[in-house]
Design a protein around this ligand. Structure first.
Ligand code: ADP
Length: 890
C-alpha cells in the first residue's frame, strides 16, 4: 500500500498539479473526518454532525469523480468552492466566529486556492474568500447574536486539533510540492543532457560523413581541373565541365547538411567582411548561367545602378542564400525564364537593405504549401517534384541565414505559372560609390571554357605535402604543377619528420587524419624536432574536416593556415602566395607579363592581415573608425525579459532605452564565456596572423579580462592587453594600437607601448544623468540613487590606474552641470587636439550641438566624434549621461 502511494506521488509521468490535488484532497478529507468525529463525540448532536458529514461526503465524491475523469481543474475549483463558500461559513457561524476555528480555515482555504488553482480563478476565489472573511468579522462585531458561541473544553480540543492538522497539512503539501518540482527539474535536466548528447552525436556523424565524402570529391574535382587545363577537344571539355558541376552539387549538399546541424546545435555564426557587390553577383551569374543554359532557360539579371559598389557583411552566406533560391528556380522550371533583380533601399545610418528578387516561369507552388516551404527536409507537391533531385534542406537553410542576418524572405507564387522569392537583407555600406551600369550577362556569355590563369611562379620554393591518401598527394602536386615549385611528399607523420630533418622547406601542407601519427601530432613534432630544419616553417592544415569548430581546433593548435578539401588550384596557389617569402615569388601571367587581373588576384590573396586589433563592446568608437582601422569588436550580450541579444548587433540603444522605460522590465549584461571568446579569436585568426585584444580594465570585477585571458591561453597568436580603461575610452586605445600596427610595428613593440606609456595618456571621464539605472542594474543601492537624484547630484567618474574613481559631484540644473563637467574634463592637462570623443546615451541632435559648441569655446579639436554608447553600457547609465575622452599631448 505504502509502496503504491509512493509510486503514485513519484510517478513523473503524472502532472504535478494532479498529484498535489490528490494529496491535498486526501488531507482535507482526513481533517474533515477528524472534525466530524469530534463534533459527534462532544456535541452528540446530529444537527451539528450532519452538515459536516454531508460536506465530507460531497468532498469525497468530487475527488473520486475528478480522479476518474481526470478533469483536475474542474475538481479543484469545485472542492475549493465547497470548502470556501459552504464549509467555511458554516464553521464560522456555528463554531464561535472569530474566536472559533474559523480563522484557521480561512488560512487553510487561501493556501489551498493558491496551491491547486491558477490564472484568474485563483485571484477571483482568493478575493471572494477575503471578502467573506471581512463580512464574517463585521457580523461578529455588529451582530454577535448570529454567531453560535462555543465554550468549554470542547472548544479548546476542536480548535487545537484543527490548528495542528491544518498546519501539518500545509507543511506536508508545501514540502511535497518542493520535492516534486525538484524531481521535475532534475528530469528536465536529464532530458536536456540527453538531447544535447543526441545533437552532439548527430553532429559527430555529420562531420565524419562529410570528411569521408570530401576526400574522394577532392580527387574527382582536382584531377578534373587538371583535365580542363589541358589542350582538349570541346567534347571532352564539356564532359569535364559536367563532372565539375556534379562534384560541386554534391559538395553543396554536404555543406547544407553540415550547416543544418550547426543551426541545430546553435553554433552557426556570421563573418562580417567587406566585399564587392559586382564580383559577388558575377560569381553567382557565372554559376547560374551555365546551369540555365543546360536547361535552355533564359537567365537574366537586372541590377539597379544605385546599388552600392562595396558592402560589408557575410558575402559567402549571401551567395549561398541566392544560389539556393536560384538553383531551385532553375530546378523547378521546365521552360521560360529565371530572372534575378537586385535593388536596394539606403538608410540614413549608412546601412542598406539589399532586395534580391528571383522570378521564374516554373511549376509554381500551391498556396497551401507555402507555409511549409522553409521546413527542413520538407519537400512540397511531391507528386510533381519527386523526380527532381533535392533534399528539402535548401530553403530551410536560406530562412535560417536570412533570420540570422536580420532580414526577411517572402514567396509569391501562382501554381503552374511561376514563383517569385524576395529576400531582403540589411548590409553595411562601406562607401558612397555605386555599382552603375554593368552587363553581367555579356561578360559570362563570352566565357566558353573556364581558362586557367597562371598568376605566379616560385621555382626556388620548396613545398612538402603530407597525406596518407595517394590521390590527395597527386591532386595537390598536379594542381601546383604550373607554379614550378619543388614539391616533396610524405605519406604519414613519421615520413614527414624524416624529410623535415633533412631539408628546409618554405611551406608544409599537412593532412589531419592519418594513421599512427596524425597531422596535429606531426605539427608539434616538427615544431619541437631536435635538429629539425623546419621548426619555423609555416605549416598549413589541408583537411577534409570542415566547419568552424575544426577551424578553431587548428587555430588553437597553432597552424598557420587552414584549407578544406576539396581544394581548387586557385585555393592552393592563393595559400602558397600568402605563406611563402615574397622573394621566392615571380609574378606573371601566361604571357609572362603582369596583367591587371593578376595584380588584383594577388592583392585579394594577400588579404590575411599581419596583426588585427580586437576589442570588446566599446562605447566611444564610431563605426567609421572601426571600419577604417579594421578593428574587430566582440559584442557582449544583453539579457532582457524577451531574450538574450548581441550588443549593438541584435539590439540597439534607442530601442533598449524605450524598452527600459517600463521600470518592471529586467535588463542585465551577460558576461561572455571562455568558449565564446575562443570562438571569437578563432574566427579573427582566420584572417589574421596575430591578434592583439584590448580588454576592459582588469580591476573591474565584472570585466572580462580574466575570461579573455583564459581563452587566449588556447592560442599562440592572441595577446590580451589590459586596457586599464572603461568602455568609454578603450576604443581610443584600440585606435592607437591599430595605428602602430599599420605603421609596421610588431606585437612585441605594440603591447608594451600600450601597457606602459599610452594607457595613461588617455583622459576619460563619464557623468551620469541620474543614478536610477545604475541602481536598477544592482550596482548601487536604490536608496542612494533616490537620495542623489532628489538633490540633483551628478557624479563624475574618471579612470585612475585602471579603477573607476569618483572625481567630483556636480550639483544643479542640467545646463550648469554640463558646462562645469566639460570644463573639468579638459582641465589639468594639455590635450592633443587631434581628436575628442563624446560618448553619450540618448542625447538629441540639439544637445550634441550644444555640447560641441561648449567644447569648442574652450579648445578646438580637428575632429569631435559623438558616439551613442552600446546597449550593454547604456543599461547602467540611462539617457542623458555622457562621457568625454581625449588624449594628452606628449
Ligand atoms: P529541395 O532540395 O527539395 O529543392 P528546398 O528546401 O530548396 O528543397 O525546397 C523545398 C520545396 O519547395 C521543393 O521541394 C519544391 O517543392 C518547392 N520549391 C522551392 N523553390 C521552388 C520554385 N522556384 N518553384 C517551385 N517549387 C519550388
Amino acid at each position: 500500500m505504502i509502496r503504491k502511494i509512493h509510486d503514485y506521488f513519484y510517478n513523473n509521468e503524472l502532472d504535478i498539479r494532479r498529484r498535489l490535488y490528490t494529496l491535498s484532497g486526501f488531507m482535507t478529507l482526513f481533517i474533515l473526518m477528524v472534525l466530524a468525529a469530534e463534533v459527534l463525540i462532544f456535541t452528540r448532536s446530529i444537527e451539528q454532525f450532519a452538515p459536516i458529514f454531508g460536506i465530507l461526503v460531497i468532498h469525497a465524491l468530487i475527488g473520486v469523480v475528478t480522479l476518474k475523469t481526470r478533469r483536475i481543474k474542474t475538481g479543484a475549483v469545485l472542492s475549493n468552492i465547497l470548502m470556501c463558500f459552504v464549509f467555511y461559513p458554516f464553521v464560522f457561524i456555528n463554531g464561535g466566529g472569530v474566536e472559533g476555528s474559523g480563522p484557521i480555515w480561512f488560512i487553510f482555504n487561501i493556501f489551498m486556492i493558491n496551491m491547486v488553482l491558477d490564472g484568474v480563478l485563483r485571484s477571483v476565489l482568493s478575493v471572494l474568500e477575503i471578502l467573506l472573511t471581512i463580512a464574517g468579522y463585521v457580523i461578529s462585531f455588529y451582530l454577535p447574536d448570529l454567531i453560535t458561541p462555543v465554550s468549554g473544553a470542547m472548544f479548546y480540543i476542536i480548535d487545537i486539533t484543527t490548528l495542528i492538522l491544518v498546519a501539518t497539512d500545509i507543511a506536508i503539501v508545501i514540502s511535497m510540492e518542493n520535492r516534486l518540482n525538484m524531481l521535475q527539474m532534475e528530469k528536465m535536466k536529464e532530458q536536456g543532457e540527453e538531447i544535447q548528447g543526441l545533437v552532439a552525436s548527430q553532429n559527430k556523424f555529420f562531420s565524419s560523413m562529410s570528411h569521408e565524402i570530401r576526400t574522394p570529391i577532392n580527387t574527382i574535382i582536382g584531377l578534373n581541373e587538371m583535365i580542363l587545363r589541358e589542350n582538349i577537344s570541346d567534347e571532352i571539355a564539356e564532359n569535364a565541365i559536367n563532372i565539375r558541376s556534379a562534384g560541386k552539387m554534391l559538395l553543396n549538399t554536404i555543406n547544407d547538411i553540415l550547416d543544418m546541424s550547426k543551426f541545430q546545435s546553435g553554433d552557426m555564426t556570421l563573418l562580417e567582411e567587406e566585399y564587392e557587390t559586382g564580383s559577388m553577383l558575377s560569381d553567382i551569374v557565372g554559376m547560374m548561367w551555365l546551369r540555365s543554359k543546360e536547361k535552355n532557360l533564359d537567365f537574366t539579371i537586372d541590377v539597379s545602378p544605385d546599388v552600392p559598389a562595396k558592402l560589408k557583411g557575410d558575402e559567402v552566406r549571401i551567395k549561398q542564400i541566392l544560389t539556393n533560391i536560384l538553383n531551385n528556380a532553375i530546378k523547378y522550371t521546365k521552360e521560360g525564364y529565371v530572372k534575378l533583380f537586385v535593388e536596394c533601399e539606403k538608410k540614413e545610418d549608412r546601412t542598406v537593405t539589399m532586395i534580391y528578387t528571383v522570378k521564374d516561369s516554373g511549376m509554381g507552388i500551391k498556396k497551401e504549401d507555402i507555409p511549409y516551404l522553409f521546413t527542413a527536409f520538407k519537400r512540397v507537391d511531391e507528386s510533381n517534384t519527386k523526380h527532381i533531385e533535392g533534399t528539402g534542406l535548401g530553403l530551410s537553410i536560406v530562412k535560417q541565414f536570412v533570420d540570422l542576418m536580420g532580414g526577411t524572405v517572402t514567396v509569391n507564387s501562382v501554381y503552374t505559372k511561376g514563383s517569385a522569392f524576395v529576400v531582403e537583407i540589411p548590409q553595411k555600406m562601406v562607401s558612397d560609390e555605386e555599382i552603375g551600369e554593368y552587363n553581367y550577362e555579356k561578360r559570362h556569355k563570352l566565357e566558353k571554357r573556364p581558362e586557367y590563369k597562371k598568376h605566379f611562379e616560385a621555382p626556388d620554393a620548396k613545398l612538402l605535402v603530407v597525406d596518407d591518401n595517394d590521390s590527395n598527394l597527386l591532386v595537390v602536386t598536379k594542381l601546383l604543377r604550373d607554379t614550378k615549385m619543388q614539391i616533396d611528399t610524405a605519406k604519414n607523420g613519421q615520413e614527414a619528420l624524416e624529410r623535415t630533418l633533412e631539408k628546409p622547406y618554405d611551406l608544409i601542407f599537412m593532412d589531419h587524419l592519418m594513421p599512427e601519427m596524425d597531422g596535429i601530432e606531426a605539427f608539434h613534432a616538427i615544431r619541437n624536432q631536435v635538429g629539425g630544419r623546419n621548426r619555423e616553417t609555416n605549416i598549413v592544415i589541408l583537411t577534409a574536416n570542415a566547419g568552424a569548430e575544426n577551424r578553431k581546433l587548428y587555430a588553437t593548435a597553432g597552424f598557420n593556415g587552414y584549407l578544406v578539401k576539396p581544394v581548387t588550384g586557385e585555393d592552393l596557389e592563393a595559400e602558397v602566395y600568402r605563406q611563402i617569402p615574397r622573394n621566392l615569388i615571380k609574378v606573371l601571367d601566361d604571357t609572362g607579363m603582369e596583367s591587371s587581373e593578376t595584380i588584383s588576384w594577388l592583392n585579394e590573396t594577400r588579404k590575411k592581415r599581419r596583426i588585427v586589433i580586437t576589442t570588446e563592446s566599446t562605447c566611444d568608437l564610431p563605426k567609421k573608425l572601426i571600419d577604417k582601422y579594421n578593428i574587430v569588436v566582440f559584442a557582449y550580450k544583453v539579457k532582457t525579459d524577451e531574450g538574450i541579444f548581441r550588443d549593438g548587433i541584435e539590439i540597439d540603444t534607442p530601442g533598449l532605452l524605450r524598452y527600459m522605460e517600463d521600470a518592471t522590465k529586467a535588463v542585465n549584461p551577460v558576461p561572455p564565456s571562455v568558449e565564446e571568446y575562443e570562438n571569437f579569436f578563432a574566427g579573427v585568426l582566420a584572417n589574421a596572423n596575430n591578434v592583439i585584444h584590448l580588454s576592459l580594465s582588469s580591476e573591474f570585477e565584472t570585466g572580462s579580462f580574466r575570461i579573455a585571458k583564459e581563452a587566449a591561453g588556447a592560442f599562440d597568436r592572441v595577446t590580451i592587453v589590459d586596457s586599464r580603461h572603461m568602455s568609454c575610452s578603450q576604443g581610443m586605445m584600440a585606435i592607437m594600437a591599430a595605428r602602430m600596427a599599420e605603421a609596421g610595428m610588431g606585437v612585441g613593440e605594440i603591447v608594451p607601448a600600450l601597457e606602459t606609456r599610452l594607457y595613461s595618456r588617455i583622459h576619460a571621464s563619464f557623468m551620469l544623468d541620474n543614478l536610477s539605472y545604475l541602481a536598477r542594474s544592482g550596482q548601487i543601492s536604490k536608496g542612494y540613487a533616490r537620495f542623489m537624484n532628489a538633490l540633483m547630484l551628478h557624479p563624475i567618474s574618471i579612470m585612475k590606474k585602471g579603477k573607476i574613481v569618483s572625481k567630483s559631484v556636480l550639483m544643479g540644473s542640467r545646463e550648469r552641470v554640463w558646462k562645469k563637467y566639460i570644463k573639468k574634463s579638459l582641465s589639468g592637462f594639455k590635450a592633443d587636439h587631434m581628436v575628442l570623443f563624446v560618448n553619450h546615451v540618448g542625447l538629441t541632435k540639439k544637445e550634441m550641438e550644444w555640447i560641441r559648441s561648449e567644447i569648442e569655446k574652450r579648445e578646438s579639436f580637428n575632429a569631435i566624434y559623438f558616439e551613442q554608447t552600446s546597449p550593454v553600457v547604456a543599461i547602467s547609465c540611462g539617457p542623458g549621461s555622457f562621457g568625454i575622452s581625449v588624449m594628452e599631448k606628449v
